[in-house]
Design a protein around this ligand. Structure first.
Ligand code: NAP
Length: 436
């Protein structure tokens, strides 16, 4: 796309696709900080058309009568709009409209994790072809700056690992379970009452939302696109108060962690409940807060934390992207544009090597401990600690933590144990991360 068709002086036109929670925040910032922004980038930003479903609905008291439209193309094809901000959510029509805007030479800013995680390859390919930018700071961590700092300030590093609490709803639920002894259902109801969880909480508690975000982070920083289908995903619905309590006794806190790691010849990209050592900073991120710990080969470990969602925090990330594009319209900064090279080779979860916490319910009979030891021994698994936590109605609860072991060997040992008549059930299996 030949950018010379846009004037290099005068206002920079900003169009919006969607004006709900985040979109309203973006409009508020654009209007209230207009002078400041114009001063910083040397040109004013001008709000152009704002496409919504229902143009008659009130928008946070904002006077948008001259901007609202139900005609998507009034945004994506407006000759005076240089930057289109997509805040509709979902895949359709968001993806189609992003591609339409790109085809008409617009730069894109979006906070839509689903469309980027599922269709980022197609969107970035189209943007490269058209010579426009696609910026996505708001897709991960809400208001936390993570994408731009890693691309710019940490550009000198090879990023080895990204591990983060990237879903505020589940972090709130796990915090209530561990600090206030609530059960999962009680904590979820409270999260819904406070507006932290949707009426249908599936995307959060089954970790779909976190999977989109870790796929985006891995794709962005490992230079290879990670397909959402290759991300191992496990939610928090099977966690119990007993696991939370035993984790604490062992010196850990359970967090829903997204992990992306660069290993010899392949990538590891996964999201699942994880026992994090109490001494690690991530263990202290509570409530709806998010945090992302990044390991670079030169810098070591740095952690970014803050509000992972919400109107104004997310608007802050989105407007930051808009200003970055607006300030570099004439000469885009290659450090902060997309640099993927094909698809990433993500190792299957079977090949993961980690420690495991296992909670078993067994018949309280002699020889049970020997059975567990035998099953582990057969698959080369060594046990770090094993304790019996109590007995009720002839059943004993046994908790063990292993040394590092391949996931496939752990699964085989668990299948072997489950077959044994003295083992009643395998109640919990949680991965333990040293985060080194
Ligand atoms: N909310 C957060 O804290 C947060 C944080 C990080 C990222 N995000 C992401 O930001 C995006 C927006 O989230 P949100 O919470 O602002 O969503 P929202 O409140 O549901 O707003 C969606 C907006 O898009 C409009 N819209 C939806 N479908 C449309 C269609 N087919 N045609 C025209 N307009 C349409 C809606 O119009 P009407 O208003 O007329 O219905 C509404 O204005 C999502 O991708 C979300 O994942 C949100």
């Amino acid at each position: 796309m030949d950018q010379t068709k846009f004037p290099s002086e005068g206002p920079i036109g900003i169009g919006l696709l969607g004006c709900g929670t985040v979109g309203s925040g973006v409009v508020k910032l654009l209007l209230s900080h207009a002078e400041d922004y114009a001063h910083r980038i040397g040109r004013p930003l001008a709000l152009r058309k704002v496409a919504v479903r229902d143009a008659a609905r009130g928008r946070e008291g904002l006077d948008l009568a001259h901007h609202l439209t139900t005609d998507h193309h009034a945004v994506t094809r407006d000759p005076a709009t240089q930057i289109v901000v997509e805040l509709m959510g979902g895949v359709d029509p968001a993806k189609r409209l992003i591609l339409d805007a790109i085809a008409h030479g617009k730069h894109i800013v979006t906070a839509n994790k689903e469309v980027i995680a599922r269709h980022g390859d197609e969107i970035y390919a189209a943007a490269r072809e058209a010579g426009v930018a696609v910026f996505i700071e708001g897709t991960v961590g809400g208001g936390i700056p993570i994408i731009m700092p890693l691309k710019a300030s940490l550009a000198a590093n090879r990023i080895r690992q990204i591990a983060g609490i990237i879903n505020g709803t589940t972090n709130y639920i796990l915090t209530m379970m561990s600090q206030h002894g609530q059960g999962l259902d009680e904590a979820l109801l409270e999260a819904q009452r406070l507006g932290y969880a949707e009426a249908d909480p599936t995307a959060d508690v089954e970790a779909y939302d976190a999977a989109f975000k870790i796929a985006i982070l891995a794709s962005t920083f490992f230079s290879h696109r990670v397909r959402i289908e290759d991300v191992y995903r496990e939610g928090i619905t099977h966690l119990t108060a007993a696991d939370i309590q035993y984790a604490r006794e062992l010196g850990y806190v359970i967090k829903l962690l997204g992990v992306a790691r660069r290993e010899e010849g392949h990538l590891q990209v996964r999201v699942h409940p994880t026992m994090v050592p109490r001494t690690h900073p991530l263990a202290h991120i509570n409530g709806v807060m998010n945090a992302i710990a990044v390991q670079g080969d030169a810098v070591g470990e740095v952690m970014f934390s803050g509000p992972g969602a919400g109107m104004m925090p997310t608007a802050s990330a989105v407007l930051g992207d808009v200003l970055n594009i607006a300030a570099n319209l004439e000469a885009p900064n290659p450090l902060i544009t997309c640099s993927h090279e094909g698809a990433g080779d993500v190792a299957p979860i079977d090949e993961l090597e980690t420690q495991f916490y296992i909670r078993l319910i067994a018949h309280d009979k002699p020889g049970v401990i020997g059975t567990i030891g035998q099953s582990c021994g057969q698959f080369g698994i060594s046990i770090l600690s094993m304790v019996q936590k109590g007995e009720q109605h002839g059943l004993a609860e046994i908790v063990l933590v292993t040394h590092r072991v391949k996931e496939k060997h752990m699964r085989a040992a668990l299948a072997d144990m489950a077959d044994h008549p003295t083992i009643q059930s395998i109640a919990s299996v949680i991965r333990v991360e040293g985060l080194k």
